[in-house]
Design a protein around this ligand. Structure first.
Ligand code: GDP
Length: 181
């Protein structure tokens, strides 16, 4: 089954977003690879795709070696990403573009991994501020990327952006079915 990986810095709102997207009812947690189940979780959604919950990166308060361990897990996942269609990189809409996120997006680009950006916690900013923060991101990304990646504005506490993300995933799934027939 096609899979979509969700990743971001710790505390970005990933668990909340995953809860919003899965609304728990449709949720079936499937076991990950043996021994790695605590770090990478797979959720089966609508019986036709997997949501992959990757560990948070960029912890401020962990040792360098712990950071390395997390990075290893994440790169290992992407090395074996046979079913991966796209990644979703979560960033907190309130923050200015952070090097750790930009570096991670650059890394995905270098490895040919498609991704979208999911701005989280949009309820914390007024619409004009949201626009400005997205614009700041665009300006920085367009220094290195030809186009602004696809992006979503979301809030898990106000249920904003849920349908946009799910419809996008469904469209990608349908396109894959079309091209394999
Ligand atoms: P994770 O560490 O990335 O999984 O982040 P969590 O989902 O656990 O959220 C981290 C903190 O941000 C928690 O205190 C959440 O209540 C809060 N949070 C997450 N999503 C939202 C949101 O959309 N709006 C607001 N206002 N707070 C959020």
């Amino acid at each position: 089954l096609p899979e979509y990986a969700f990743i971001g810095r710790s505390n970005v709102g990933k668990s909340s977003l995953i809860n919003m997207l899965t609304s728990r009812k449709s949720l079936a947690k499937t076991s990950g690879r043996p021994g790695k189940t605590q770090l990478i979780n797979h959720f089966l959604i609508n019986k036709n795709w997997h949501l992959v919950d990757l560990p948070g990166y960029g912890y401020a308060r962990v040792s360098k070696s712990a950071k390395k361990t997390f990075q290893k897990f994440i790169t290992k996942y992407f090395d074996f990403r046979e079913q991966l269609v796209s990644a979703f990189v979560l960033v907190d809409i309130r923050h200015t573009p952070q090097p750790v996120d930009l570096d991670f997006m650059a890394w995905l680009g270098e490895h040919g991994i498609p991704f979208s950006i999911v701005f989280t916690k949009a309820d914390k900013l007024r619409p004009l501020a949201i626009e400005k923060h997205v614009e700041d991101y665009k300006n920085i990304l367009l220094e290195t990327w030809e186009d602004m990646p696809n992006y979503f504005i979301t809030s898990s506490s106000k249920t904003i952006g849920k349908d946009d993300v799910l419809e996008y995933i469904n469209t990608l799934n349908e396109n894959m079915n079309l091209s394999s027939n």
